[in-house]
Structures are given as C-alpha cells and as structure tokens.
Write a protein that binds this ligand. Structure first.
Ligand code: EPZ
Length: 436
C-alpha cells in the first residue's frame, strides 16, 4: 500500500496548472467507441481511471495509443460489445458508461455492475430506466448488466433524480437511436456539456446540455473526432481549499472560473480572498477562516466532491460551521480519520456540525475513498507535525501528479512505502509522529 508522509504547517505558495476533468475523461473515453475509426482525446488527466478505461477498451477490441502527455487515440473500428474484464470494470465506478456506448453502437452490451463505494449505495436504476425507455431489454445476469435491443427508438424520458451518470449514459445511447429523445430533469454539471460537445463533434445532434432538458436527434452513424476535455473544477477546488487551509497564496491556471463559482463564493464567505480572470483564479488566505454553512447540491450548487476537503478547512475556522450533504446518503466516513488529527466534528444524519479548532496535529490516517483521501491531505498540509497517509492510491485515482503538484507549491511531502514501518513481522506498526 503506497503511503504518503506530509510535513504540515507550510503555507502553499506559487502557481499551479490544473489538469483535465476526471469525470469528463471517464465519460469521453467510452463515448469514443460510438464511432468506427480513430478519435483523438486531449487534456486527459494522468490518473489511474483513465489508464484502466483505456485497457478496458483495448480488451474490447479497440486499438489504443496512449494515454501519453494527456493524449489518447482510440481506433474503435473493430470493437466487441462484451468481454470487459469484471475486475477492471469494478475498479472504475464510471464503467457504467460502457453500457450506453455499446448499446448505442451495437444494440447490445454486457458489462459488470459497478462497485458501490463507501459514500452510499449508488444504484444505476435511472440509467436502466432510460435504456428500457429507448426500447432495450435490460437484465442482470450473474452481476453483469445485459442490455439488448432490436432497435433503439427516440422517446420522452423524465429522470426521477437529476443523475449525472444517467444523463450522460442515456445521451450516449440516444445519439444513434431512430428519432428524437427528449431527456428531462437532467443534471447540469459542466462535464455533461463537455461530453455533448464531443458527441456533436462526432456528428451527433445534441442540444440543451447544461440545462435540465436535453434533446437528442438520433443519427445513423457517428464519425471519429478530436476533443480536448475541460479542466477539473474539483481538482481546482481541492487545491484552492488546501491553499486556504495553509494560509497561502496560489494562482491556479487552466481553470474555468465560472465552474468554480459556488466554491469561490463559499471561500469568500469564509474570509478568503479569491481573484479570478480568464483562465485562472488566485487564492490568498492571510488569516484563519471564518465559520460558514455549506449545503452540497447538484451543479451549480456547491459540489459534493469538494465537501470533504472543505470540511478540513472549516475544522480550523473560528466558530461553528454546518455542512449538509444534499447528494449522497452517507458521505461522512472521513470524519473519524479527521478526528484523529484533532478536529471537533459531530455528524447528525446528513449534516455535520464542525466546531473550529486553533490547530490540527499530524497523525497516522487512512484514506478509504478518493475525496475522503483528499480531505486528509488538506488536513495534513494544515496540521502541525507529520501526517502519515495510508491508501494514497485512492487519492491518485482523481488527482494527477499529486506529490509533484503539491511540492511545486511548497508542500513538504514524500512517499514512504513502509519506510516508517520498522515493525518486525508480528509487531504493531509504530509511527514516529514527533513534531517537526
Ligand atoms: C458522478 O457520479 C460523479 N462520478 C461523482 O463523483 C459525483 O459525486 C456525482 O456525479 C454527483 O456530482 C463520475 O462522474 C464518475 P449521480 P454519479 O448519478 O453519476 C443517486 C468523485 O469523487 N442515483 O449524479 O454516480 C445516487 O445514489 C465521484 O469524483 C440513483 O439513485 O452520480 C446519488 O445519491 C464521487 N439512481 C445521487 O443519485 C441512479 O440511477 C446522485 O448520483 C443514479 C444515481
């Protein structure tokens, strides 16, 4: 298990380039199989999920080149609609996009059910509802979703939940349906617009992405295209929050400030200076943050994926903050680990009451999912002393070049594959967490 040692208490300063958006990449990569021929995808983040997805496409018969330097070429001329290895599919939550892409291209798909994770059940009933509405027969066979249709026919679909995944997945299948599909109560995340612009570059006819009603006029076939994905506003939000927590001054470059409006507004409310223009935002945090309330909501509300890092910041605020989680039924699993660093947080259902403390102290902590891990990195950077983070591979699923990027803005951070673990075979781990 890769592990990270963070020497906390150093303000983050400098400039940092933000990478491509993970949640766009894991949709655009599978979307490329809707067209025979070679598509070129650019600005992909160098993260595990992109490499795993590339491998899955190769196992389904695609010829892939990359990802290297953020560029991936996918020749989807000879694809099979089944055979995605279950272990790889379960590694990526967003493997469900294979269903929409394969069903759209081949009228058939067999893909393993995505694993749940520890932020909630995360069913895909809305995705399957959409496929059935388009005319597919959908069943679950030994842990795999099997979807097949003689024909896909455009129709009117109303989502019971404004689900990001279902909005994108149904859009993928509907691009090659006969006739027009009107999808209502859609999610409006920026990467939905990003996927739609790639589909339209392939010759699809999608209008309304980014609003709650998307209209897709089916076409006979799509052609390969070139597309550069949008920047990752959750990566940007996480670094902005880390700068605020360490009272630093950092300019984040290659962002779309508008995509961060809700995060910038909350940081300003907490007394952080946020300047923005063109493709950058600058975070200046001279003093201790003020306590605020945060409610996570679908876009354009405060993003649930930035909530765990935000909790680490507010654990140091002057006063009592309240965070309400409006998207998932349980996304507070990281609180126990934060408490080991001296936070004072009380979870009540889908809300957390955070009594700000003057200082956090380094501790050995364990990441259990991507954004929980990000919250522990933020807390470790702000804490006095050393934090020993286990399970850093969870964090690296969504944050490219994590160590290099943090070091480039002044963090004292190093990988320690068991370096501190001087135990003999049967001794418990003893980690020296003396103050730096
Ligand atoms: C996407 O997940 C993101 N993942 C998540 O980011 C993000 O938290 C989420 O959108 C919300 O913004 C990817 O894009 C790969 P949803 P998704 O469908 O599509 C319920 C990260 O850290 N629901 O919008 O799975 C669901 O349980 C990850 O980058 C159903 O009940 O999210 C949840 O409570 C974590 N039935 C809510 O809706 C369904 O069919 C929102 O889920 C689908 C969803």
């Amino acid at each position: 298990m890769a592990e990270l040692l963070i020497h906390g208490g150093n303000p983050l300063n400098g400039d940092l380039v933000i990478g491509g958006r993970k949640n766009s990449a894991v949709a655009v990569v599978p979307a490329s199989i809707l067209a025979a021929g070679t598509s070129t995808l650019e600005n992909l983040p160098a993260i595990g999920d992109v490499s795993t997805y590339t491998e899955i496409l190769a196992r389904l018969g695609a010829k892939v080149d990359g990802p290297a330097g953020g560029v991936l070429q996918v020749d989807a001329s000879n694809m099979r609609p089944e055979g995605a290895p279950m272990d790889m599919v379960k590694r990526i939550r967003a493997s469900y996009y294979l269903l929409g892409a394969l069903l759209g291209r081949f009228r058939y798909a067999r893909v393993g059910l995505p694993g749940g994770c520890d932020i909630g059940q995360r069913p895909i009933d809305q995705h399957l509802k959409g496929f059935r509405a388009l005319g597919a027969e959908v069943s679950i066979d030994h842990g795999e979703v099997v979807a097949q249709a003689d024909a896909l026919v455009g129709t009117h679909i109303y989502l019971d939940i404004a689900s990001v995944g279902a909005t994108i997945n149904i859009m993928l299948a509907a691009t090659l349906a006969e006739g027009t599909t009107v999808l209502e109560n859609c999610a409006k995340e920026p990467h939905i617009v990003d996927v739609a612009s790639f589909l339209n570059a392939m010759g699809a006819r999608v209008v309304g992405a980014g609003t709650d009603t998307i209209k897709i006029r089916g076409v006979k076939e799509l052609r390969p295209a070139r597309h550069a994905i949008i920047p990752d506003e959750i990566e940007a939000a996480t670094y902005a929050i880390a700068v605020a927590a360490t009272r630093g001054d950092v300019t984040l470059v290659n962002v779309v400030p508008k995509h961060l409006d809700s995060v910038s507004a909350k940081l300003r409310e907490a007394g952080i200076i946020v300047e923005e223009n063109g493709d950058w935002i600058r975070i200046i945090a001279p003093e201790r943050p003020r306590a605020i309330t945060v409610k996570t909501l679908p876009y354009p509300g405060f993003p649930t994926d930035a909530m765990p890092p935000m909790m680490s910041l507010l654990s140091l605020a002057s006063g009592t903050s309240v965070i309400s989680e409006g998207v998932y039924e349980s996304r507070f699993k990281h609180v126990d680990e934060l408490q080991r660093m001296g936070t004072n947080i009380r979870v009540e259902g889908r809300s957390a009451v955070i009594e700000g403390v003057e200082q956090l102290n380094g501790a050995p902590v364990q990441a259990t999912n991507l954004r929980a891990g990000a919250s522990l990195v933020v807390a470790g950077l702000a804490a006095q002393g050393r934090t020993y983070l286990g399970g850093v591979e969870h964090v690296e699923r969504g944050y490219e070049h994590l160590e290099e990027k943090l070091r480039s803005i002044g963090a004292k951070i190093e990988r320690t594959p068991g370096e501190f673990d001087d135990r003999k075979d049967d001794e418990p781990r003893v980690v020296n967490l003396g103050q730096d």
